[in-house]
Design a protein around this ligand. Structure first.
Ligand code: 5GP
Length: 243
């Protein structure tokens, strides 16, 4: 160890926490570099590499667990609809939900975020888990305009599962100019909910910095549209076909 490695270790401990407060984004990166530059001791180098590998392995196991639950409990319905009522959409598995949220935090670790956005109802559970881990407020867009709510941002979203167009709204009090928004939802299909959320974020003068989905159905191509629009999209499970 070099003499100032004690500082590096101190900073490294700070880094482990700093993903929670994304305000520390640059601080986290600079100090991470410090850590790797300053520590010369081979065994410690190996420890830090193992931490990185373990984190990557964690992501792999979360995705495997989700895949296994989809294969075991998912049911296919006509029109390309997948029901995962036993662990996401009706009964929920909080342990799996938390692991998936940790994986989102890992994947968006280098993104500066100050707000998590979702749309009611099924997006709320994963979004609140992510918001809890990042210690950030979670806003959910409402599918009905409350009569008591003023100052609304409004957009239309077509839901192909319900074959219906919703008016989706968020109060201007909770989506503000300059906000850096991470959108979290359960499914990505044709991308209509995602497009609606981008519209709301743009109306607010905020920025959509990322979108995370538990399950993406790539045969419905919403993901292609969002990625081509330059959005950082992360999906934990991607389904190519329900045949
Ligand atoms: P999109 O707007 O991307 O076409 O569809 C996403 C929204 O529709 C999600 O908020 C989700 O609630 C719902 N959705 C889309 N496909 C499915 C599906 O196969 N199963 C379930 N349970 N919900 C879906």
């Amino acid at each position: 160890l070099k003499p100032n490695s004690f500082f590096s270790i101190y900073y490294y401990n700070r880094i482990k926490c700093s993903y929670k407060t994304t305000d520390n984004f640059w601080f986290s990166y600079v100090t991470k570099c410090f850590f790797f530059l300053e520590i010369r001791h081979e065994s410690l180098k190996r420890v830090s590499l193992s931490i990185i590998l373990l984190k990557t392995a964690f992501g792999y196991f979360v995705m495997e667990a989700l895949k296994e639950r989809i294969l075991r409990g998912g049911r296919c319905f006509p029109g390309g609809i997948l029901k995962v009522d036993n662990f996401i959409n009706h009964q929920m598995d909080p342990i799996l939900m938390k692991s998936m949220a940790v994986e989102f935090v890992r994947r968006f670790a280098s993104t500066k975020i100050n707000k998590v956005l979702t749309v009611e109802a099924s997006g709320i559970a994963p979004a609140i888990m992510v918001g809890y881990l990042l210690e950030l407020p979670v806003v959910f867009a409402k599918k009905r305009k409350p009569s008591t709510m003023e100052n609304m941002l409004v957009t239309e979203v077509f839901s192909f599962t319900k074959n219906q167009t919703y008016t989706v709204c968020v109060s201007k009090d909770y989506l503000q100019p300059g906000d850096k928004v991470l959108f979290i939802d359960d499914f990505l299909a044709n991308g209509n909910a995602g497009k609606g959320m981008i519209d709301l974020v743009n109306q607010a003068g905020a920025e959509m910095v990322g979108m995370g989905f538990l399950i993406e159905k790539s045969f419905q191509h919403g993901g292609d549209y969002l990625r081509q629009a330059g959005i950082h999209v992360e999906s934990l499970a991607i389904i190519e076909s329900l045949d």
